[in-house]
Design a binder for this molecule. Structure first.
Ligand SMILES: NC(=O)c1ccc[n+]([C@@H]2O[C@H](COP(=O)([O-])OP(=O)(O)OC[C@H]3O[C@@H](n4cnc5c(N)ncnc54)[C@H](OP(=O)(O)O)[C@@H]3O)[C@@H](O)[C@H]2O)c1
Length: 430
């Protein structure tokens, strides 16, 4: 049995989860992994803070070098969050020859390429399983178990906060603002919910998933990102009527050597397995050219699920210490940077809700404008009568974004069209 000494940078939700899991499952770690994990030192900002877990003060330090420069510590685990300080800590630990584990998706999406390259050059391992979908071991599956496949599509619900909000809106018919307030009261959403509701957190995760999955360097800025703030109960009702669920999806597709990478609210066929993923749960759906379709489902956040992933990394790093293959988790592929399509080049289905004056011929005029631009329609719903402004809803077949945007620009100019109330992309089962 091997003893591995680790240093924790950060002792918040995840850090304390790691502490609890090591204590709770010590026998299992020894039995299953042959590893006795010992937490030697913990970095915090405030030594006197009252936490759920209050270790003896001899464990705590406010000086990161007490961990990074401690010769007896083999693995440094970064759980402070944020970008600059976390990056500095990781770089210093790598320079000192430590193996490193992190759960920090924002840091990896922005600086993962340099960090994984630095780790490779220094001959140490950098692992980050908990950075995508918390407890779901999706990165290990992509990098190891599925490496005999060419991955063709990755589609994930990778942000629990937005999935909770959309589930509540869908079940209760409440507004986005009401559902967000509820999520904040329950601790699912931060006081500043921007990273979640505007899609950035999901885009960070897609950057990591796509780099590993498609073996191509991806820059975070290349991922199209749209959040859920403009979702309304009206659009969710239409989704249900048309046989769809509404989800914030992170979608990566490879077509003819080119990548499509986008995060946006999506109408997804109610028979698709992702449509049944509700509340704060996460799921990642993958299509591999040998394995076919797979779906991974579980808790994408929380102290213990995230700690489970962090400890999985610690076990893997420890096992590989004597036969290191640090290249395995690189995020850059300088010789294999695939073209990433602009949003205009991408192809999907569309739901478009117009508000129009209730006058004869409007439906025909709009439908023929779609046709003239080569956009074929799969459904039309016209409701209301006699009111000044009535909704007119169209669902298109799969088509190029540029053709849809061009059509909408033309339709917007019609006197009878008072508003383009919403546009939501559609993933229909083919
Ligand atoms: N929470 C989740 O469910 C979850 C899931 C997946 C991934 N993650 C990622 O895991 C990381 C940690 O998240 P968390 O929720 O555990 O964060 P958290 O609860 O805010 O904890 C952060 C910890 O880091 C310490 N810290 C922050 N800056 C520091 C500094 N400059 N020097 C020393 N200590 C510092 C804090 O010290 P004090 O205790 O003294 O304030 C605190 O203990 C983040 O990158 C997050 O994105 C979290």
């Amino acid at each position: 049995m091997e003893k591995v000494k680790i240093g924790l940078l950060g002792f918040g939700t995840v850090g304390q989860g790691v502490w609890k899991t090591v204590r709770m499952n010590r026998d299992d770690l020894i039995h299953n992994a042959g590893l006795d994990v010992e937490i030697s030192k913990i970095l915090v900002r405030d030594m006197g803070k009252d936490r759920e877990i209050n270790p003896d003060s001899s464990f705590l330090t406010t000086n990161p070098l007490d961990i990074i420069e401690d010769e007896s510590i083999q693995i440094v685990v970064e759980l402070v969050g944020g970008i600059e300080e976390a990056k500095d800590f990781l770089e210093k630990a790598i320079e000192k020859g430590k193996h490193v584990v992190t759960a920090n998706k924002a840091l990896l999406a922005l600086h993962g390429k340099e960090l994984t390259e630095k780790a490779e050059k220094r001959g140490v391992q950098l692992r980050y399983e908990a950075s995508v979908a918390g407890g779901i071991p999706i990165l290990h599956a992509i990098r190891e178990s599925l490496s005999a496949n060419r991955i063709e599509k990755i589609m994930g619900i990778v942000n629990g906060t937005t999935n909770y909000i959309l589930t509540r809106m869908s079940r209760e018919g409440i507004s986005f603002d009401e559902a967000l307030k509820e999520a904040q009261n329950k601790g699912y959403a931060e006081a500043d919910p921007t990273a979640d509701v505007d899609g950035f957190d999901a885009a960070h995760k897609l950057t990591i998933l796509a780099s590993l999955g498609f073996k191509s360097g991806v820059d975070f800025e290349q991922v199209y990102c749209e959040g859920i703030r403009r979702m309304t109960p009206t659009d969710i009702e239409y989704a249900k009527e048309l046989g769809f669920a509404v989800k914030l999806l992170a979608i990566g597709t490879e077509r003819e050597g080119k990548l499509e990478l986008r995060v946006h609210p999506t109408f997804i066929d109610e028979d698709h397995p992702l449509a049944a993923v509700n509340d704060a749960f996460n799921a990642v759906f993958i299509e591999g050219n040998a394995v076919g379709e797979l779906m991974f489902y579980g808790k994408g956040a929380g102290d213990m699920p995230t700690a489970s992933a962090v400890l999985g990394d610690i076990i893997n790093v420890s096992r590989n210490q004597h036969h290191p293959n640090p290249q395995a988790y690189r995020l850059d592929f300088p010789k294999n940077r695939k073209h990433i399509m602009s949003m205009e080049e991408t192809q999907t289905g569309y739901y478009i809700r117009f508000m129009v004056k209730d006058s004869p011929g409007v439906l025909g005029e709009i439908a023929s404008t779609f046709g003239k631009n080569g956009v074929s329609l799969s459904s039309v719903i016209q409701k209301g009568e006699g009111e000044e402004s009535v909704p007119l809803v169209f669902i298109t077949h799969k088509t190029r974004e540029s053709a849809v945007q061009k059509t909408i620009r033309q339709i917007q100019k019609f006197d009878a069209v008072t508003e383009v109330a919403n546009l939501i992309r559609v993933e229909a089962l083919s």
